[in-house]
Design a protein around this ligand. Structure first.
Ligand SMILES: [Zn+2]
Length: 494
């Protein structure tokens, strides 16, 4: 049934349910598996297990150790992974789901089906969770998460989301704001009192993350004023009273100092226009925030460097051509453009600043910022980002920790992130060892989420011909997932 739906790819709610039921049946028929012979990269600071073995039962790891020391229950099937490396699934705490539609970028694309598609693309490349940042109507995101947890969708990365905060008319970049504004996805606050009241409404809905934007661009649009420290300080203090994790978008040194000083939990972006100073490094040392650098969107596309089967395998050919020609929704130069002086300066600053953030104690966490450009999109962006961490000075081992277990600290998720007894069987089987070379995270043999092997071939076929039937399918699902109506916005304050 799942295959039939995929082939037609006219995804209706009924089809989703049938696909899900099919996946669950397959899952329950082979619910105990012994995987043996692979190198196991645990995902925390512990040493890898060479020639390892682990048992996955009912979607969870029930035993793990060296091959021969791990006994499987009677009736378990065996999978020989000799020569492979297994690492935990990636966890991505920063992207923007819902608006990208391969050949278009629009609020019209925003639907449950499209978000599911993005989460499938994440899963295809090995991600088990993905958090969409400040860009969803809350009722929509809450319902999607409930439905996903209830098993109503096919296997995909689990969605998390943060409620967004910005000054009136500000916040998201020039593209993303075209989606968030009609959906009223961002809480617009001008004063500390408004910020506190909006956080209380968020807390009442049991939303665990918020993101706010502080950006000079807001001085020229909307309320003509970027979010001032007194507003975000009140926002952070109130959020912490309710146990809410706060992420702050800030892109220059002054603003990063401000938000770290105010106690933000997760600092988003990397200062790339100037060099870090001692005052900021002392602040990082004192506060030790989590830090999501999200740098790769500013890089040249890897598609400019010649054939790239890793990326091209999920993009329709027309999209590959568009990226190379610079025809991306968020403006980016074509591959033929010379490297600019500005780009070289950015590179120099990143090389100087990145190791300093780490040395000062910023706790790096994987985030991709996928969702605003096809050149840096779902799933493959994580692998580029991890490559940047290593290029800028981190070890592959630390990069893997930053991309698997540490994000689960931010997500407050105890059931995934490492290969360990009791965790979900969320893992990637690789044909090469990423501890030798981080690019080996791209040598994906297979991906398992909750013990179920992701059908990557079926997904790939769907992605490559994704232009077919998109409009019809989206129109259907919108009936079930009505975006936030403007009239109710004041009442709900979201
Ligand atoms: Zn972002």
């Amino acid at each position: 049934m799942q295959l039939k739906c995929r082939r037609v790819w006219r995804l209706s709610a009924a089809c989703i349910l049938l696909a899900s039921a099919g996946a669950m049946t397959a899952f329950s028929q082979s619910n105990t598996v012994l995987y043996e012979g692979a190198r196991l990269v645990i995902g925390d600071a512990s040493a890898p297990i060479e020639n390892g073995a682990f048992v996955a039962q009912n979607g969870h790891i029930t035993a793990i150790g060296r091959k021969g020391s791990v006994k499987a229950p009677g009736g378990a099937s065996r999978v020989d992974l000799t020569g492979k490396t297994v690492m935990p699934a990636l966890n991505n705490i920063h992207l923007h789901a819902g608006y990208e539609g391969f050949v278009s970028w629009s609020v019209e694309n925003h639907s449950a089906e499209n978000i599911l598609d993005h989460l499938e693309r994440e899963a295809f490349y090995g991600a088990g969770t993905a958090m969409t940042m400040g860009d969803q109507p809350a009722d929509f995101a809450i319902k999607f998460r409930e439905d996903q947890l209830a098993g109503k969708f096919p296997p995909a990365a689990r969605l998390f989301f943060a409620a967004g905060f910005a000054p009136p008319g500000g916040g998201p970049d020039a593209l993303l704001i075209q989606g968030t504004t009609p959906l009223h996805a961002v809480n617009e606050v001008s004063t500390p009192e408004e910020a506190v009241a909006a956080v209380r409404r968020i807390a009442a809905r049991k939303i665990e993350h918020v993101k706010f934007w502080v950006d000079n661009r807001d001085n020229t649009r909307g309320g003509m004023k970027k979010m001032p420290p007194e507003v975000y300080t009140a926002l952070i203090e109130e959020a912490h009273k309710h146990g809410i994790t706060v992420h702050a978008h800030a892109t220059n040194l002054q603003d990063q100092k401000g938000v770290v000083k105010a106690g933000v939990d997760v600092l988003v972006h990397t200062v790339a226009g100037e060099k870090l100073d001692d005052e900021f490094l002392a602040l990082l040392k004192e506060k030790k925030p989590y830090w999501t650098p999200v740098m790769g969107l500013g890089d040249r596309s890897e598609l400019c460097d010649g054939a790239n089967p890793f990326i091209e395998q999920t993009l329709p050919d027309s999209v590959v051509a568009d990226v190379k020609a610079g025809k991306t929704w968020l403006p980016s130069p074509p591959c033929s453009a010379p490297i600019s002086a500005q780009f070289m300066l950015r590179e120099e600053n990143l090389k100087y600043n990145f190791p300093k953030y780490i040395a000062a104690g910023a706790r790096i966490v994987l985030g991709s910022d996928a969702g605003v450009s096809a050149k840096y999109s779902y799933g493959f962006a994580e692998h580029h980002e991890m490559g940047m961490y290593v290029r800028l000075g981190m070890t592959p081992a630390d990069t893997i920790i930053a991309s698997t277990s540490r994000p689960t600290e931010v997500l407050r998720l105890r059931d995934t992130g490492t290969l360990a007894k009791g965790k979900r069987a969320d893992f990637i089987v690789l044909n090469a060892n990423p501890l030798d070379d981080i690019r080996n995270t791209r040598e994906i043999d297979s991906v398992y989420l909750n013990g179920a092997r992701i059908d990557r071939a079926a997904l790939q076929a769907k992605f490559k011909q994704a232009l077919v039937d998109r409009d019809a399918t989206q129109a259907k699902l919108k009936k079930d997932y009505v975006p936030h109506p403007p009239s109710s916005r004041k009442a709900e304050g979201l």
